[in-house]
Design a protein around this ligand. Structure first.
Ligand code: GDP
Length: 188
């Protein structure tokens, strides 16, 4: 399956490293998405973020190319104060997360996207993730509405579930594929 990203691919060939930040309202599942992607785990009873500084995960693409993400979680700062622009200023890519069962979380996600477009690197690759897609009975945000917004704004878009692992690897792999690798010098 050469077309699929592969998290287990050893780091051979060309290695590109990027800073990826997670943004979004508290409790939408940012840390859970990272935990699923990096460790393939989910914890139903976890407290809302008390995150580590950052974690790394690699994705092997075709042509012997490996993308390494240095993934920064907000560590819950969004609950107490606004996040320092330092957090995302030198980010190469961002996952802006909302919760499909919380209407306010899409509005918050949109405001993060605006802030990134104003303040972050103009070449930043942004993905919008509608998380908790397993909670379909409690859905209040329409897939089509969010997708139309993402398309209009030039964002990658996935509905994800950190709980059931739905679309989590796909989300990060599609970001890896969208990074402008040929314009960058490889790290090794
Ligand atoms: P954060 O504050 O955005 O980092 O959110 P967390 O990752 O701490 O998750 C907040 C709560 O939502 C926790 O109780 C998680 O177990 C739960 N959660 C996260 N992702 C999912 C998901 O995809 N489905 C369901 N059902 N619950 C989730």
């Amino acid at each position: 399956m050469s077309n699929q990203g592969n998290r287990q691919t050893p780091q051979t060939g060309r290695l590109y490293q990027f800073k990826l930040v997670l943004l979004g309202e508290s409790a939408v599942g940012k840390s859970s998405l990272v935990l699923r992607f990096v460790k393939d785990q989910f914890d139903d009873y976890r407290e809302s973020t008390i995150g580590a500084a950052f974690l790394t995960q690699t994705i092997g693409l075709d042509n012997n190319t490996t993308v390494k993400f240095e993934i920064w979680d907000t560590a819950g700062q969004e609950r107490y104060k606004s996040l320092a622009p330092m957090y995302y200023r030198n980010a190469n890519c961002a996952v802006v997360v909302y919760d499909i069962t919380q209407a306010s979380s899409l509005e918050k996600a949109k405001s993060w996207v605006k802030e990134l477009q104003r303040q972050a690197d103009p070449n930043i690759v942004i993905a919008l993730a509608g998380n908790k897609s397993d909670l379909s009975a409690r859905r209040v945000i329409d897939t089509e509405e969010a997708k139309a917004y993402a398309d209009d704004t030039g964002l990658l878009f996935f509905e994800t579930s950190a709980k059931t692992a739905t679309n989590v690897n796909e989300l990060f792999t599609s970001i890896a594929r969208k990074m402008p690798l040929d314009q960058l010098a490889a790290n090794s």
